[in-house]
Design a protein around this ligand. Structure first.
Ligand SMILES: [Zn+2]
Length: 102
């Protein structure tokens, strides 16, 4: 039996993604910030909320889970994404912000 664990969406901390969306800056000329799945200068990229090299399949799985739970908004079909934190996500973040994971 192999001891090696494959990276799964559940290994990514919800709070890391929520914290990223909560703290990203609004690009010039935008009404509010959204993080995209693509990389472009000056545009927040949701991939930066994940450990570098995280497979896109895992990224999408994690984002889908957060969407289903109403903590973020966005589209996980594989298009531009346009992810943002919801009011519920902000409350979740605030509730768990001071917690140290064991
Ligand atoms: Zn889409």
């Amino acid at each position: 039996m192999s001891m090696q664990k494959r990276l799964q969406a559940k290994h990514i901390d919800d709070l890391d993604v929520l914290r990223f969306l909560d703290s990203m800056e609004t690009p010039l000329g935008w009404v509010f910030p959204q993080a995209m799945l693509y990389r472009r200068d000056g545009v927040p990229c949701i991939l930066d909320a994940f450990p570098s090299g995280t497979p896109e399949k895992i990224v999408i799985a994690k984002l889908s889970s957060l969407c289903r739970r109403g903590l973020i908004d966005g589209c996980t079909c594989g298009c531009k994404g346009a992810f943002e934190i919801t009011r519920k996500g902000e409350e979740h973040l605030r509730m768990h912000a001071g917690m140290v994971s064991a």
